[in-house]
Design a protein around this ligand. Structure first.
Ligand code: CTP
Ligand code: CA
Length: 225
């Protein structure tokens, strides 16, 4: 039936999803991170599972419970996330980069808890590995890469720049302007922009339905077979 073919339309596809925040250690008891809940990534994980894909999740620390059918690798830092992705990337058909990777990490991790002393503490941060950019350079002709972007100005121009730079086939632009969209919330509103330039804007929808829209758009990528 139509229902069956729609429900298993990703059968035989191996899919990598990065998700959640990363944590970058300052010392043994402290880290730099962000407010990502991993909920959008988890919605994508569940959508792919339901539609028959073999799902590999590489996740930063979240409160979420992973379905047992998912090959889950839990990581903390961007570097660990990168290494876990690098190991399996070549075998993947589709990669969705939904993680909120910390852009910077402390240049040095203090071996002991930093003691409170002077009135000011300066931390030097260095740039983290860009997972999507690095794997985008290794992307082969049959692979599909999907990115996310969160912008507060010149949204669609910046999103298109990211799509080109990171070799994405499509990019999902999160709207921060709308109440009910964003990090800790169960709904979202997005624009989905293809490398071809074609784009569409969603309504404010539950993240589960946003995930279904993203999967539908993946099937519109020219390399989809
Ligand atoms: N990304 C990644 N590794 C990083 C940073 C980002 O894989 N170190 C991925 C994200 O998962 C997302 C896309 O790249 O799919 C865009 O992330 P974003 O933070 O919006 O872009 P940046 O390139 O980090 O640029 P900026 O934060 O300065 O806007
Ligand atoms: Ca960033």
């Amino acid at each position: 039936s139509d229902y069956f073919s729609k429900s298993k339309d990703f059968a035989g596809k191996k899919v990598l999803i990065t998700m959640g925040p990363t944590q970058e250690a300052i010392d043994p008891v402290r880290f730099i991170s962000n407010h990502s809940s991993g909920k959008m990534g988890m919605a994508i994980v569940k959508a792919f599972l339901a539609r028959g894909a073999e799902v590999y999740a590489v996740s930063g620390p979240t409160k979420l419970t992973f379905p047992k059918e998912v090959n889950t690798t839990q990581v903390k830092s961007a570097q660990e996330m990168f290494e876990a992705c690098q190991t399996i990337h070549a075998q993947m058909d589709i990669c969705v980069f939904a993680a909120a990777v910390a852009d910077y990490k402390p240049a040095e991790v203090a071996p002991q808890k930093i003691k409170k002393s002077s009135s000011k503490l300066e931390l030097t941060l260095t740039k983290n590995v860009d997972i999507a950019l690095t794997l985008g350079k290794a992307k082969s002709a049959h692979q599909i890469h999907v990115g996310f972007a969160l912008e507060t100005e010149n949204e669609s121009r910046f999103a298109k720049q990211k799509l080109t730079k990171k070799n994405f086939d499509l990019i999902v632009l999160n709207s921060l302007r709308d109440e009910g969209a964003g990090f800790q919330i169960d709904t979202n509103k997005v624009s989905i922009i293809h490398a071809s330039g074609l784009s569409s804007e969603s309504e404010l929808l539950p993240k589960s339905q946003i995930a279904e829209l993203i999967l539908d758009e993946i099937k519109n990528v020219p390399v989809w077979i």
